[in-house]
Design a protein around this ligand. Structure first.
Ligand code: ADP
Ligand code: MG
Length: 445
């Protein structure tokens, strides 16, 4: 039976852009270095004369494309013949659950034909591994050998194991998994583990295994904003067109190269009726901006709610006001951040160190290693706001909803200024409105 849709000769082209967490973008822009490192791992895993590399870690503030990159890596590995195993956090609640799940997968993988495997020729058994059968030991002391055996069986042919949102991995499960993965690999298993998570992944992994992070080397991949050329590709390639210079400037001003916003902009341009293949002009972008701005403000509302639920809104505001006074986030020092959190702590249940960590962990404060000069070994990573211009939304929100608290969050220099403005109301302007540059310091030329 055919549906009426099948009868259409030329189905309408639907909007390819999906500004949704975890959605595969129509074109994965940039991330070439990360993909090169990943390809190196796949090659090593396929080389019988070489040991598989250790795990790879993707981390960064939400919306920067960790899940998208992971999905891309999974399909690329599958095309090259590797097995791909995606572990869901729900399957990893306890080490026992993990062992059960991996054993089942290992048993399954043994029965799958490996003739199509392109990464390695043949399926030679991994020395040192007994066959994994049936039940698993559920006593804690036997778990690691069970896990190692299961991973060894999976790793008889190249196997990519993915864990997204790995910062939420329970400590004991993570500990067992990291140990078993290392021991299976050291006994020749062809495994490539990829973990993705928010910026607190480093601390979470270090708690599971003290030396894990330092052993990652270049397989530790911070994911921040996309550079200009890649950002424009994210929109132009799916539309199979080019972008005029003035339009490109506008797109960068609106999106800051944040992948989530780029998808929103692409969707709005498409919905505004921009015909594909025709170069995108500044006028086309201007037409799309109202719709884009609506989506962006919806996104901010969700992120503001996250900050408020995490009791971080006042601290985020205090940090923003300090950045505002100093010309951007990049000028902030750790002492500035601590002082800002001290001001906020009177209006929050959290202690100062909890506020500082909370802002870093949530990605509100993000120091992207990739933006550093690789030739300057002592370079300091500048702070930025991990979700571009969320800082301005924070400042407006607190100003509007807690007008009594807002002045107390200002740094001393801004407070004096605010008092002067109060004393001379005729010259008063909105504390945020009068700053013409972006508080994140991201839009500065
Ligand atoms: N490199 C990229 N090029 C184009 N779009 C991307 C890219 N990375 C992510 N996106 C898009 O950005 C949005 C957020 O990506 P996502 O993978 O969910 O981020 P994260 O997992 O870091 O929170 C999604 O709509 C995704 O399709
Ligand atoms: Mg994600």
């Amino acid at each position: 039976m055919h549906s009426s849709m099948d009868k259409r000769k030329h189905p309408k082209k639907t909007n390819p852009f999906h500004p949704t967490s975890g959605a595969a973008p129509p074109y994965l822009a940039g991330r070439k270095e990360d993909l090169n490192v990943f390809q190196g791992c796949l090659d090593c895993m396929a080389d019988p004369n070489n040991a598989a590399n250790g795990p790879m870690v993707l981390f960064g503030p939400r919306g920067n494309g960790k899940t998208a990159l992971m999905r891309h890596m999974a399909s690329s590995a599958a095309v090259q013949g590797a097995q791909v195993v995606k572990l869901e956090i729900s399957e990893l609640k306890t080490p026992e659950k993990l062992a059960k799940h991996l054993t089942a997968l290992a048993n399954q993988s043994k029965s799958i034909s490996t003739s199509e495997t392109r990464l390695v020729g043949g399926t030679a058994g991994v020395p040192g591994f007994a066959a994994t059968e049936g039940s698993i030991e559920t006593h804690r002391e036997h778990l690691e050998p069970s896990l190692t055996r299961a991973l060894g069986t999976l790793g008889r042919k190249p196997c990519l194991i993915l864990i997204d949102e790995a910062h939420t991995l329970p400590l004991d499960t993570g500990r067992e998994l990291l140990n078993a993965e290392q021991s299976a690999r050291s006994r020749g298993a062809s495994l490539q583990l990829i973990l993705a998570g928010t910026p607190n992944l480093q601390d979470a992994l270090s708690d599971m295994n003290a030396t894990f992070w330092s052993r990652l080397d270049n397989r530790r991949r911070p994911l921040g904003l996309l550079p200009r050329a890649d950002s424009l590709d994210a929109i132009a390639k799916p539309m199979r067109t080019s972008i005029a210079d003035e339009a490109a400037d506008l797109i960068m001003k609106e999106t800051d190269g944040y992948p989530y916003f780029l998808q929103m902009m692409g969707r709005s341009l498409w919905d505004a009726g921009h015909p594909t293949r025709k170069p995108i002009t500044a006028d086309a972008v201007r037409q799309a901006i109202p719709d884009f701005a609506r989506s962006k403000s919806g996104y901010y509302i969700d992120r503001l709610r996250d900050l408020e639920r995490g009791d971080l809104l006042m601290a985020a505001c205090a940090v923003t006001e300090t950045a505002q006074a100093q010309g951007g986030f990049a000028a902030l020092t750790n002492s500035d951040i601590k002082a800002a959190c001290e001001r906020a702590s009177a209006h929050s249940q959290k202690t100062v160190p909890e506020l500082v960590d909370g802002l870093k962990y949530s990605g509100f404060l993000w120091a992207d290693e990739q933006s550093m000069d690789p030739m300057a070994p002592y370079a300091v990573r500048p702070w930025s706001c991990g979700i571009p211009t969320l800082s301005q939304a924070v400042s407006h929100e607190v100003c509007a909803q807690w007008p009594d608290v807002h002045p107390k969050l200002l740094p001393p220099e801004r407070r004096a200024e605010a008092n002067r403005e109060q004393a001379a109301p005729q010259s008063t302007v909105d504390a945020n409105g009068k700053v013409d540059q972006d508080a994140d310091g991201l839009k500065m030329p």
